[in-house]
Design a protein around this ligand. Structure first.
Ligand code: HEM
Length: 409
């Protein structure tokens, strides 16, 4: 049966659509070809236009004067709170001048020279993760057993939080970001999502108190003791900062690592290419970011009328930027639908672009490269032990189960 354009455009509002990648990408390919800026009016969501082409997405991202993040920085589930409408304000929902002021607080921390200092720690944690695969005896669920933990260890190291708090942080970040997937949510009830947020608040409130009383040289201290316009940073703003770093730095990177392996296993020729020359790990990692596109969307609101292609967006009109769709745009990527570990250049937009360009790109690259630098040379054999399963999500996601069988050195 023929599917209408309107039906294809609904993929952006259906958490289950992201869990069915062939359907999702087929819908996006058709939209890019036939209706690249569809108007999406679906029950439970305020209407918006979806931006599906790479060039159009870049034009919106580039034009910070013409678009703002507030009041709707991302598409949330149709009921209940989500990370994007939490009662704290985070960078992703700020516009200048606040965005500029708050981003500056941690910008130095995320610069390449500073992040490079974490190289040894990343290599050590990558080794620990791959050793853990060996301990698991040749079979595991790579996403749930390995990929989920590694980036959280890194982010907690960055924040200066003790390892003993890792299990609690894991539970909280997953519930908050995976809360449209019934398997990962507490019960899927919105009051539970609020309970998750409150736990985050309590946790970070005591972290702030501690770092104000006992400053160290970690990122938590920088945030807790930051000043904004000559005044100490507000408690909600400081908590918002921790929330965005802990959440943005976790499921995104674990999805890239888990999705990266799922892609290698689904394309055994590409796995062979990578195993034959592990020096191309950095190039392969960029292709993983493009292929997985862990962040599915952000939104912008028009400050004035815009024309995108042949569609007029009125003042206050809202657009959804589809990063996964832009990353499969055939006009930008040769053989866009092929996973190619040697793709170079790779102009993917998995980290966004412009004023809100991902603050954690250097860290995400460092971690993902460290992991694959450790894993690839140790592979003797590796194969799927079942079909991967993808997360139901509207915002951040990738595989939640990647069953594998392997022999490692
Ligand atoms: C593969 C991993 C990651 C992906 C795909 C990713 C993707 C993104 C995207 C698409 C945005 C929005 C950009 C835009 O609106 O143009 C973003 C923003 C952000 N990311 Fe990442 N990210 C990743 C890892 C990280 C890590 C490791 C951290 C921090 C530790 C981080 C921190 C942030 C922050 C703080 C923002 C908000 C920046 C702002 O609004 O100014 N991200 N990220």
């Amino acid at each position: 049966m023929d599917v209408s354009i309107e039906e294809d455009a609904r993929v952006f509002t259906e958490p289950s659509a992201y869990a069915d990648e062939p359907r999702f990408y087929a819908a996006c390919a058709r939209l890019r070809r036939e209706c690249p800026v569809p108007y999406v009016d679906v029950e439970g969501f305020a209407p918006f236009w979806a931006v599906t082409r790479h060039e159009d997405l870049m034009d919106v991202e580039r034009d910070a004067q013409g678009w703002r993040a507030e009041p709707r920085p991302a598409l949330g589930p149709d009921r209940g709170p989500s990370a994007s409408d939490a009662p704290v304000r985070t960078l992703v929902q700020m516009d200048p001048p606040d965005h500029t002021t708050y981003r500056r607080i941690s910008a130095d921390w995320f610069k390449p020279q500073k992040i490079a200092l974490l190289g040894e720690r990343a290599a050590e944690l990558a080794k620990r993760s791959v050793d853990r695969m060996v301990e698991l005896g040749g079979e595991c669920d790579f996403s749930a057993d390995i990929a989920v933990n590694f980036p959280l260890y890194m982010i907690m190291a960055l924040l200066g939080v003790p390892e003993s708090d890792f299990p609690r942080m894991l539970e909280l970040t997953q519930e908050l970001f995976g809360n449209t997937d019934p398997e990962l949510a507490r019960t899927g009830d919105s009051s539970d999502a609020m309970a998750t947020l409150l736990e985050f608040f309590e946790y970070f409130q005591s972290l702030i108190d501690d770092r104000r009383a006992n400053p160290t040289d970690d990122l938590a201290t920088v945030i807790a003791n930051a000043s904004v316009d000559g005044e100490p940073i507000g408690i909600l703003e400081a908590i918002g900062y921790y929330v965005i770093i802990a959440t943005a730095g976790h499921d995104t990177t674990s999805s890239a690592i888990g999705g990266g392996l799922a892609a290698l296993l689904a394309h055994p020729d590409q796995l062979q290419v990578l195993m034959g020359d592990p020096s191309i790990v950095p190039t392969a990692v960029e292709e993983m970011f493009r292929w997985v596109s862990p962040v599915k969307q952000f939104m912008r609101t028009a400050r004035h009328e815009h024309v995108i292609g042949d569609v007029t967006i009125p003042e206050s009109g809202q657009v959804l930027l589809s990063f996964p769709s832009a990353n499969r745009d055939e006009t930008i990527f040769e053989h866009a639908g092929s996973f190619d570990v040697t793709r170079d250049p790779n102009r993917h937009v998995a980290f966004g672009f412009g004023a809100h360009y991902c603050l954690g790109t250097h860290l995400a690259r460092l971690e993902t490269r460290a992991f694959y630098h450790e894993l690839v040379p140790r592979i003797v054999e590796i194969e799927p032990a079942g079909e991967p399963e993808f997360m139901r999500t509207l915002f951040v996601g990738g595989p939640k189960h990647v069953p594998i069988r392997y022999r490692l050195r």
